[in-house]
Design a protein around this ligand. Structure first.
Ligand code: HEC
Ligand code: HEC
Ligand code: HEC
Ligand code: HEC
Ligand code: HEC
Ligand code: HEC
Ligand code: HEC
Ligand code: HEC
Ligand code: HEC
Ligand code: HEC
Length: 393
């Protein structure tokens, strides 16, 4: 095989010498290499869930190989050198692969020799569902081909030599796509929690090859139908009386990565609570007890999902049970009582809530389930009867 890796090309002292040489004769180097992707015109916009992009450079003149150097040129990282993730050779040159880490906004990279600038604007997105892939300004790698001619020499029908995609168990499945995996292996091998079909390289279960199999489609719009095609029992949840906002509009991937992610159930944050406050930022304070704030003991351990279903339920706010029954399922001392707490014959349900129009009286009329400045998670101080006077004048 012609393909062979070039290891640690840049650790060699010769690099320094050759860079000096390059400085002495700058004009010559411009033709020595080609940036194959991303397109090197300035300000290309990359919209992605993961803050990274692939760069591939072809070096045609063997004498120039050792001079190639890519570095970041943003604020505070001036000159940080980026090591290639791999280099492979064909007769038409050496193909040096890089993985560029991106941050929101403008990212500048410099390719030497020649000091060519590459400016990439990164717009982080939580889901690609809303990205307009038809927009000519957007960077879409597979706009014209699954494998552009420049890459086809190695990423072809066969996966490249030495490929890590060896899950032959599924080789007979029509969705099995080791070709995709040869470029996108990071999607489903770097993460701790993998989604079954992606881990098994069954990419074509979800991605389609459109227009004479020349393009890859990103499932977009209402993603849920795709998910329901396998997770059939999840479709019924749409019939529930209270469906969580993102679930109702079919945005499963705003929480779950279809390939894999760092947290259980392929979530981008701990699904018990961190995920929730990622959007419901007003509840961030509820996670922990702090000075002058009483948290609800249950949240620190079991999280928001101790009470709320992340998808849907028949109770308002997607609670597992009606409020009072939910509370007493843990606070068993109050189980079965309809009145008599905190004083005498005080009602606990079945009357209107004087403070909240249209709501029935419940435990949460007096207690804030998410925490409070006052003891016992109350809406006011017991001392001085301040809590009572919220309703009784
Ligand atoms: C000379 C052969 C060759 C050419 C040409 C080539 N690649 Fe690769 N590429 C490889 C090999 C070999 C791997 C490692 C595959 C594996 O481990 O499964 C690889 C891996 C990759 C990866 C994964 C890298 C990583 O670090 O996760 C990406 C992305 C990639 N190639 C993109 C491209 C693109 C885009 C092109 C065309 C512009 C291209 N390659 C051209 C040989 C090549
Ligand atoms: C030659 C390498 C290569 C192969 C083979 C490949 N991809 Fe890609 N793909 C890329 C690169 C490079 C990007 C741009 C994102 C990046 O830089 O990581 C990309 C982007 C994508 C995107 C985002 C939308 C877009 O077009 O930019 C999807 C979806 C995708 N690939 C799916 C697939 C699937 C499914 C397959 C198999 C049918 C596949 N890819 C095969 C290299 C490859
Ligand atoms: C369970 C369905 C499913 C499977 C299986 C799947 N994908 Fe995807 N993929 C999606 C969806 C849905 C999106 C759009 C995600 C979003 O909303 O952001 C996507 C997006 C992508 C993207 C865009 C960038 C990103 O980081 O999310 C790439 C690249 C990609 N898929 C490659 C692959 C490859 C390669 C495989 C096989 C190893 C694969 N997919 C398997 C459903 C799937
Ligand atoms: C091609 C069929 C298929 C599609 C399409 C599919 N899944 Fe899955 N999903 C699976 C399989 C198989 C498993 C592994 C089941 C197991 O291990 O019990 C799984 C597991 C999961 C799990 C983890 C469940 C658990 O109990 O650990 C989640 C979460 C999930 N999928 C979400 C999604 C989402 C969101 C979508 C849509 C983007 C989706 N799936 C699309 C087949 C699919
Ligand atoms: C708001 C974020 C969010 C959205 C949107 C979301 N999920 Fe989930 N999903 C979660 C969390 C959190 C869990 C873990 C629940 C737990 O630990 O009990 C979960 C668990 C799951 C599981 C595995 C456990 C189970 O309940 O069977 C599947 C499968 C699943 N989700 C599918 C989907 C599908 C399909 C969609 C879209 C129709 C979707 N999810 C939308 C947050 C979300
Ligand atoms: C991707 C962002 C996102 C994440 C993550 C998220 N939510 Fe939501 N949530 C929403 C949106 C959007 C609504 C709908 C808001 C509206 O209708 O006013 C909503 C509504 C709710 C409601 C009903 C609010 C009301 O006034 O009716 C509750 C309760 C809720 N979310 C709890 C949770 C919990 C618990 C989690 C974690 C498992 C979570 N959310 C994760 C976006 C999110
Ligand atoms: C002990 C049970 C419980 C836990 C744990 C819990 N909630 Fe709630 N949540 C409730 C109840 C009960 C309501 C209805 C309150 C009412 O009557 O107004 C509610 C209402 C909500 C609402 C809608 C009204 C509002 O206050 O904005 C949102 C959003 C919400 N919860 C998010 C969360 C998030 C995020 C977490 C985790 C940080 C969480 N909840 C943890 C019980 C709980
Ligand atoms: C899933 C179990 C669970 C549910 C449901 C639950 N709690 Fe709690 N609650 C706890 C735990 C655990 C503590 C912490 C106990 C401790 O610190 O001794 C706690 C503490 C409290 C406290 C403070 C007690 C004290 O002595 O300071 C109050 C008040 C309270 N909960 C009210 C409620 C109300 C009202 C509801 C319904 C909206 C509710 N709880 C639902 C588990 C739960
Ligand atoms: C009318 C307002 C009000 C309502 C409604 C109410 N509480 Fe209370 N709750 C209080 C007050 C006031 C205290 C403090 C009692 C004290 O100082 O002895 C308290 C204390 C508590 C405590 C901590 C002390 C203890 O007894 O363990 C828990 C737990 C509790 N309530 C749970 C509930 C539950 C569960 C409900 C619904 C079934 C509920 N409360 C409904 C006002 C209320
Ligand atoms: C969230 C509003 C609210 C708070 C706070 C509240 N109450 Fe009430 N209280 C009510 C409602 C509603 C009734 C029933 C009134 C009715 O039936 O017309 C009631 C009834 C009563 C009754 C009459 C019970 C009976 O025997 O019929 C007493 C006594 C009472 N409250 C004392 C208190 C005291 C003491 C506190 C403070 C610890 C307090 N309440 C806090 C709403 C509240």
């Amino acid at each position: 095989m012609l393909i062979r890796p070039v290891v640690r090309l840049f650790r060699c002292p010769l690099v320094v010498l050759s860079l000096l040489a390059a400085l002495l004769q700058p004009g010559r180097d411009a033709e020595a290499y080609t940036i194959l992707t991303p397109p090197p015109q300035p300000g290309v916009i990359i919209q992605a869930r993961r803050p990274a992009a692939t760069m591939v450079i072809r070096v045609t003149d063997p004498a120039e190989e050792k001079k190639l150097r890519v570095s970041a040129a943003g604020d505070g990282e001036q000159g940080r050198e980026i090591n290639p993730s791999g280099s492979w050779r064909l007769p038409q040159g050496l193909f040096v692969h890089y993985r560029l880490e991106l941050h929101r906004g403008s990212n500048t990279f410099v390719v030497d020799p020649g000091g060519r600038k590459l400016v990439i604007r990164h717009r982080p997105v939580r889901t690609l569902g809303s990205v307009d892939f038809e927009d000519p300004a957007a960077y879409v790698f597979h706009r014209r081909a699954v494998v552009p001619p420049a890459c086809a020499g190695c990423h072809g029908k066969q996966r490249p030599a030495g490929s890590a995609a060896a899950r032959e168990r599924f080789a007979a499945d029509p969705a099995y796509a080791p070709l995709c995996f040869s470029c996108h292996r990071r999607l489903s091998s770097q993460e701790k929690w993998l989604h079954g079909p992606s881990a098994n390289v069954l990419c074509l279960d979800c991605h389609r090859l459109g227009g004479r199999r020349t393009r890859v489609t990103v499932p977009s719009g209402r993603i849920n139908e795709l998910c329901f095609s396998c997770h059939v029992n999840k479709e019924k949840l749409l019939q529930k009386k209270f469906v969580h906002g993102p679930y109702a509009i079919g945005d499963c991937t705003v929480c779950h990565d279809p390939h894999g992610d760092a947290y259980k159930y392929q979530l981008w944050a701990d699904g018990r609570a961190d995920l929730c406050v990622g959007c419901h930022s007003d509840k961030k304070r509820s996670l922990k007890k702090s000075l002058g704030f009483f948290s609800h003991g249950i949240i620190e351990g079991s999280g928001c999902i101790a009470c709320h279903d992340p998808h849907a339920s028949d109770n308002r706010f997607q609670l597992y049970r009606p409020i009072n029954r939910l509370c007493v399922s843990c606070h068993v001392g109050l189980q079965g009582i309809r009145k008599g707490h905190p004083v005498g014959n005080h009602p606990l349900q079945g009357v209107p809530d004087p403070r909240r129009k249209g709501r029935e009286f419940a435990c949460s009329s007096c207690h804030n389930p998410h925490g409070s400045r006052y003891r016992y998670l109350l809406i006011g101080d017991v001392l001085g009867g301040h809590v009572c006077s919220k309703c009784h004048h």
